[in-house]
Write a protein that binds this ligand. Structure first.
Ligand SMILES: Nc1nc2c(c(=O)[nH]1)N[C@H]1C(S)=C(S)[C@@H](COP(=O)(O)OP(=O)(O)OC[C@H]3O[C@@H](n4cnc5c(=O)[nH]c(N)nc54)[C@H](O)[C@@H]3O)O[C@H]1N2
Ligand SMILES: Nc1nc2c(c(=O)[nH]1)N[C@H]1C(S)=C(S)[C@@H](COP(=O)(O)OP(=O)(O)OC[C@H]3O[C@@H](n4cnc5c(=O)[nH]c(N)nc54)[C@H](O)[C@@H]3O)O[C@H]1N2
Ligand code: SF4
Ligand SMILES: [Mo]
Length: 690
């Protein structure tokens, strides 16, 4: 039996894998501390994809644009990619090649991919799908606390806190096993306040549900702080001794009068007051945000507004307290620390910092002057295609942007216009179908590697079986491509060696992994970073003594509400928001291929209130057309009382004409470059009357 972790979300549930009759079965791993044996339906069925008949088992290549993808040898595929890259770079410069990574890649792969871009391709243009996911909370965390670790405490602390404010997170469906901690907190007499435009299964279990208008969380947080000031429930001593900048925030929330905030957010004044009372009177409390609050063109400021509230109430930097972001992808945390971001080098170092460049260059054995500078962020990178100084070729590893990127119709056109698109994936995804070369990759149970979960706990994925013949790991692919480009000596395809190098590269950085080894992770059920030396115990809880800012104090930020980039109007009268269902993961590339999961959630749909449906002359199960200024999707109406009457919700797990991202707005947060997945203006038309 092999002890490992689920291939999907950031909870990285521990699981055991056993082989019988040549197949791999998933078994419970009750001794693993985060999930304690619990798994969701995605985890239980994850091994069925290992021998899926739909797996890619050979590289595929198009001889020329327009011709079909055909199986070719690895030699031919790698040779052709390298030849075309060299040609394009000669013609259009090194930065004409882009790399697009993923937060599901192991730390080793994320690190190797960043190094590959900078050392083998010498391009500045590498970014990853974490921009769609984590970037707003990451930026806010760095500004306020000087460090970005999703949760500054282990999840077991959730069970021990008295009050929780959970904003834009539907953990009951997106991380079901975490609910055991929320349940324990409730049993101990704690309260849970959920902020969501939908009464989700998570909101149903809450003490108080604030059913906000989409895109108004910032106004809600400022309004709650206004009430806390008015009612004199601030932690003045904490503000004085451990923070900076409160006075400006106090002035900035002065105009967030409760009746104004009620109008902006749709939350009644009594509920606003009750929420403040529950948080302020609790001896310990946490504020947690997820994508509902963050995926907005004001995501960074929204997170900062909740951090302001937590700081003012003194609910940070103390036992069982804190602000936390519920990270999403399997390695959403580690994936943003080791250099696959456009502005970053390993160890969470900035690529424009001369000391950071010198350190990384010395670990890599190159000159600092040869390291490229900052490149374009994910949406900008894809958007640059077809522009004068844009990328001409793209290598995608671990993402399916044709389904998951905003305004996906446009992204499809852009990708199709590339001179060269290379996609490494397990399956022939919607994005791989557009590629010139497709490289089949190994799956999680077929290779070793580390993942960093939402707590900042570095975990070991073990190899349970060999990859199928014809398939290579991403580390092997990166090495082969580097060899083909004449830089093979800088790269290893052995995960343990890459991790050891990653440790050295991260040494002295914010995300310091230098004291972590595979052996320690195995012996200790994971090690929390920062862990700067082999005798350091790791850091499960941050900020108990000081924050990671130069003066050790947390920083308040005065932030003001602003409307979404696109608000409903006469032509497009509804709020459209998007998100997830329990059975599917992300672009659905994996879970749509699992029989049990596609049976339980077979097709795309749009959730709407029955009152709205009757105004639109449609009914449950009827086809409707949902339109925005970007495009149109055809969806089945799903009627539910649990959603606001002015809002519709579409999950984004499908491609084709039911794809939510045909509709979404690519407006970006100015700081994090996070697209506004969670709100735009839409209209719905019944399709029954022709
Ligand atoms: N089943 C499943 N689980 C997953 C994933 C998956 O694809 N499927 N993906 C993983 C990943 S990468 C991520 S990032 C996480 C995401 O996990 P969550 O953030 O929990 O998931 P979402 O469904 O995107 O959004 C959460 C909630 O935000 C609400 N919301 C929409 N607009 C607003 C708003 O303006 N304000 C507020 N307060 N709420 C709003 C939605 O109604 C939704 O219920 O899940 C991880 N787990
Ligand atoms: N409308 C809307 N859109 C959204 C969101 C939303 O809430 N609403 N959420 C956004 C968020 S939070 C996220 S995280 C993104 C995610 O969206 P994507 O980046 O598209 O994520 P996945 O669907 O997980 O894509 C991962 C791809 O990599 C493949 N893969 C898995 N493991 C490996 C590996 O080890 N190596 C390689 N080479 N490939 C692998 C999978 O088969 C899959 O095709 O979507 C974003 N898009
Ligand atoms: S909650 Fe996440 S990590 Fe756990 S089994 Fe489900 S998908 Fe896997
Ligand atoms: Mo995500």
């Amino acid at each position: 039996m092999i002890a490992t972790h689920c291939p999907y979300c950031a909870l990285q549930c521990g699981m055991n894998l056993a082989s019988s009759d040549g197949r791999i079965a998933v078994l419970s791993r009750p001794d693993f501390p985060t999930n304690k044996g619990g798994l969701c339906s995605k985890g239980w069925t994850s091994a069925s994809l290992l021998d899926s008949p739909q797996r890619l088992l050979s590289p595929l290549m198009r001889r020329e644009k327009g011709s079909p993808l055909e199986p070719v040898s690895w030699n031919e595929a790698i040779g052709e990619i390298c030849r075309r890259i060299a040609e394009i770079q000669k013609d259009r410069g090194v930065n004409s090649i882009g790399v697009f990574g993923g937060g599901g890649l192991t730390n080793e792969k994320a690190y190797a991919l960043g190094k590959f871009a900078r050392v083998a391709l010498r391009t500045s243009n590498i970014d990853y799908n974490g921009r769609f996911c984590m970037s707003s909370a990451a930026a806010a965390n760095i500004r306020a606390f000087g460090i970005d670790r999703g949760l500054p405490f282990p999840i077991e602390d959730i069970a021990n806190t008295e009050a929780i404010l959970l904003v834009g997170s539907n953990v009951a469906e997106t991380m079901p096993p975490i609910m055991q901690y929320f349940d324990a907190q409730k049993r101990a007499g704690g309260c849970l306040i959920v902020v969501d435009p939908r009464k989700t299964p998570t909101a149903t279990s809450a003490t108080l549900h604030l059913q906000t208008t989409p895109g108004t969380d910032l106004a809600l947080a400022n309004g709650m702080l206004h009430i806390a000031i008015e009612e004199g429930v601030l932690d003045e001593e904490f503000i004085a001794s451990r923070t900076n900048g409160f006075d400006a925030v106090k002035r900035s929330v002065a105009s967030y009068w409760p009746d104004r905030v009620e109008r902006m957010t749709g939350v009644p004044i009594q509920q606003l007051r009750l929420a403040v009372k529950l948080l302020a009177e609790a001896k310990s409390a946490m504020i947690l945000t997820a994508r509902g609050a963050e995926q907005h063109s004001k995501g960074v400021d929204t997170v900062l507004s909740f951090i302001n509230l937590a700081l003012a109430l003194g609910k940070v930097g103390k036992p069982n307290c804190g602000y936390g972001c519920v990270t999403g992808q399997g390695n959403g945390q580690g994936g943003r620390e080791h250099g696959q971001k456009a502005d970053q080098l390993p160890g969470y170092r900035r690529i424009d910092n001369p000391e950071a460049r010198a350190h990384i260059a010395s670990v890599w054995g190159i000159e600092a002057a040869d390291l490229p500078g900052p490149g374009l962020s994910a949406v900008e990178l894809l958007g640059s295609i077809g522009t004068e100084r844009g990328i001409e070729a793209l290598i995608v590893m671990g993402s399916n942007p044709v389904v998951s990127a905003p305004n996906a119709g446009r992204i499809r056109e852009k990708l199709a216009a590339l001179k060269l698109l290379v996609v490494s994936d397990i399956f022939l995804t919607e994005t791989a179908l557009l590629a010139d070369v497709v490289l089949p990759t190994a799956q999680w149970a077929e290779e070793e590697g580390t993942m960093t979960n939402l707590e900042g706990r570095v975990l070991l994925r073990r190899k349970a079986t060999e990859p199928p013949v014809g398939v290579k790991t991403d580390l092997e692919v990166i090495k082969l491509l580097s060899e083909g480009l004449g830089h093979g000596r800088f790269f290893s395809d052995e995960p343990a060696k890459v991790f050891e190098e990653l440790g050295r590269a991260s040494e002295g950085g914010v995300a310091d992994y230098s004291g972590i080894s595979y052996e320690r992770i195995a012996a200790e059920d994971g090690v929390f970073w920062p862990c700067p030396s082999s005798d350091h115990p790791g850091t499960p809880r941050l900020f108990l003594d000081r924050f990671a800012t130069p003066d050790g104090r947390a920083r308040f930020h005065a932030v003001m509400h602003r409307p979404a980039a696109e608000e409903p109007d006469e032509d497009y009268p509804l709020y459209l928001t998007t998100g997830r269902v329990m059975a599917h993961y992300q672009s659905g590339a994996q879970t749509r291929r699992v029989k049990e999961l596609s049976a339980s959630s077979p097709e795309p749909f749009v959730e709407m209130h029955p009152a709205l449906a009757s105004r639109l002359n449609t009914g449950d199960g009827c086809l409707v057309s949902v339109r925005t200024r970007r495009g149109r999707a055809i969806l089945k109406a799903k009627l539910t009382q649990s959603i606001r009457q002015d809002t519709i919700f579409v999950p984004f797990h499908w491609g084709g004409h039911g794809s939510a991202n045909l509709l979404t707005n690519p407006a970006l947060d100015p700081v994090s470059k996070m697209p506004e997945f969670k709100v735009c203006a839409a209209k719905v038309e019944s399709m029954d009357d022709g």
